[in-house]
Structures are given as structure tokens and as C-alpha cells.
Design a protein around this ligand. Structure first.
Ligand SMILES: NC(=O)c1ccc[n+]([C@@H]2O[C@H](COP(=O)([O-])OP(=O)(O)OC[C@H]3O[C@@H](n4cnc5c(N)ncnc54)[C@H](OP(=O)(O)O)[C@@H]3O)[C@@H](O)[C@H]2O)c1
Length: 261
């Protein structure tokens, strides 16, 4: 039995879930979210589970439900993302003086900590030896090397941290499953709630509809190879370079941290 799990019913999440359902490649497509999914089931393959990534209790409950429905997952995508929520005082900072502990925590919690605690809770059904793709929706602005404008401190930092955890999980799963692929995906600029306040600066041909973005991402997901595990890739399957330069050829990590001590 092949099972896909999509988290997040927002613009990109709903469109991607629809694309995955329409592909008919999975026996079941599990949808995990707080919100309402905008999609049509095909052949009755979907199952839904409530999930709030900012609550450990919700994560544990949802993961238990998922694991009661399948003993292994083959596609896992998280699409949670927070950039602006004026009701909670969260807005992308233009300068350092706008940085606040409270909003930084909330952005980090949803964009980085929650998705990886979700993957941790699902670990028993991720750790197998069949092909699996695990993708978290990232953003080009999480690239340190590509950052030429500054600002957006919390969002950029949360996505950069998310990209590091992606690389770490790729290394960890790759040790026991050479067929596992763990990536971050940048969807492009997509016409959703998240990008609405910033769309004026985007030319219409660079603003994707959620369906367009989902089709691009699906095409990337289907053509991923294990050699790409740990990378962040954009909608066009190009690498989003984390540091703007290639790692040294020796690949030796001179810092003392890391799983190998
Ligand atoms: N739109 C863009 O231009 C753009 C560009 C670059 C990167 N991205 C990234 O793409 C991803 C999808 O963004 P989008 O454009 O689809 O944004 P969106 O329509 O605003 O959706 C936001 C997503 O965050 C989820 N979410 C919010 N609070 C949550 C919580 N407490 N627990 C679980 N999920 C929560 C929502 O899921 P539920 O409410 O259903 O739970 C929803 O799926 C994000 O990671 C974003 O950073 C977007």
C-alpha cells in the first residue's frame, strides 16, 4: 500500500494535495491540517486528520492516527508557513529594531520547529527501506548566500534553520535507506494569503497560481533522486544554494558538532 501525507490546507497545500490525488499514484492520501481543504476526492482515497503544528499534543494525536492507517509513508510534504499575522503582531521586519522575541518565537515555531517535530512523531513510518520523498516547503529567502536585500529576519532565519534540519534528516535517514530523499522546496512566488501583502512588487508572469506551483512542485518531486537528498530545490528543479558558494571538495566538516561527534 502506497501512502502520501500532505500537511497544510493553505494555497499551496490544497493545490498540491489535489495534484497528488489526481495522479492516482497513491492508495491513500492523508490530509493533515487545522483548516478546510479546497479539493475534490478522486476514488475515495483521502483521509483527514486534524493537526496544529504548534501543539505537541495535537502532533502526537495526529501522528498516532496516521500510524493507525499505514505502516509506512512514501510521500510526506509539509506546507506550513507563517510570514505575517497582524492579529498576533507578526510582520516581516524591515530592520533589526523591529525584531521581537515573541514574534520570532512564533515564526520559528511554525516554520521550523513544528514541521520537524511532526516528522519526529512520524519517524516509525518514515524509517523503512522503500523509496520515500520527504519535502518541507521552504523559501528562497532562507538562503544565506542569496540574501542581497536583508530584512525579514524571523522568516529568513526560520527557513534557514528549516533547511539545516532538512540536511540533517537527509543524512540520518540516508544511513539506513539509500532510497530516501529529504528536500526543501521553494514554490516560487505564489498567489496565496501568505504573499498577498507583497504581490505588488511581483510581475504577473512571476506570480504563480497555486495550481501552477503545485504542478511545478509535483514535477520536481517525481524526478528527485537520492543524490539530491538534503538539498533545497526551487519549482524549476534548480538548487537554491545555501551559502552562495560550493562546499570545499574535501567535504570535511572542521567544526566539532554533528552526529559523528
Ligand atoms: N506563497 C508564496 O509566495 C511562497 C513563497 C515562498 C515560500 N512559500 C512557502 O510555501 C509554504 C506554503 O505557503 P502558502 O503560500 O500556501 O501559504 P498560505 O496559503 O498562507 O498557507 C499557510 C499554511 O500554513 C499552515 N499553518 C498555519 N498555521 C498552522 C498551524 N498552527 N499548524 C499547522 N499548519 C499551520 C496552514 O495550514 P492549515 O491552516 O490548514 O492548518 C497553511 O497550509 C509555506 O511554507 C511558505 O513559507 C510560499
Amino acid at each position: 500500500m502506497r501512502t502520501a501525507l500532505i500537511q497544510g490546507s493553505g494555497g499551496v497545500g490544497s493545490a498540491l494535495a489535489q495534484t497528488v490525488i489526481d495522479s492516482r499514484m497513491y492508495d491513500q492520501v492523508i490530509l493533515a491540517a487545522r483548516g478546510q481543504w479546497q479539493l475534490q476526492d478522486v476514488d475515495g482515497v483521502t483521509r483527514s486528520v486534524p493537526l496544529d503544528l504548534t501543539s505537541d499534543e495535537s502532533i502526537d494525536r495526529a501522528a498516532k492516527t496516521v500510524m493507525s492507517w499505514c505502516d509506512r509513508l512514501h510521500l510526506v510534504v509539509t506546507t506550513a508557513g507563517l510570514l505575517t499575522d497582524l492579529s498576533r503582531g507578526i510582520a516581516p521586519e524591515k530592520k533589526l529594531s523591529e525584531l521581537s522575541r515573541a514574534s520570532f518565537h512564533q515564526v520559528m515555531d511554525l516554520n521550523c520547529i513544528g514541521p520537524f517535530l511532526w516528522l519526529k512523531a512520524l519517524y516509525p513510518v518514515l524509517k523503512h527501506r522503500e523509496p520515500i520523498v520527504i519535502a518541507t516547503l521552504s523559501a528562497r529567502v532562507g538562503s544565506i548566500g542569496d540574501n542581497r536585500l536583508g530584512g525579514w529576519h524571523s522568516y529568513r532565519a526560520s527557513k534557514a534553520a528549516q533547511n539545516m534540519l532538512t540536511r540533517n534528516l537527509a543524512l540520518e535517514l540516508g544511513r539506513t535507506n539509500p532510497q530516501a530523499v529529504v528536500v526543501g522546496l521553494h514554490p516560487g512566488t505564489v498567489d496565496t494569503e501568505l504573499s498577498k501583502p507583497f504581490q505588488k512588487a511581483v510581475s504577473p508572469d512571476h506570480l504563480f497560481t497555486p495550481t501552477q506551483a503545485a504542478n511545478y512542485l509535483w514535477s520536481v518531486i517525481q524526478t528527485l533522486t537520492p543524490a539530491e537528498s538534503g538539498a533545497v530545490l526551487d519549482w524549476n528543479h534548480a538548487v537554491v544554494v545555501p551559502l552562495g558558494q560550493r562546499p570545499r571538495a574535501s567535504g570535511v566538516d572542521t567544526e566539532c558538532g554533528g552526529a559523528r561527534g
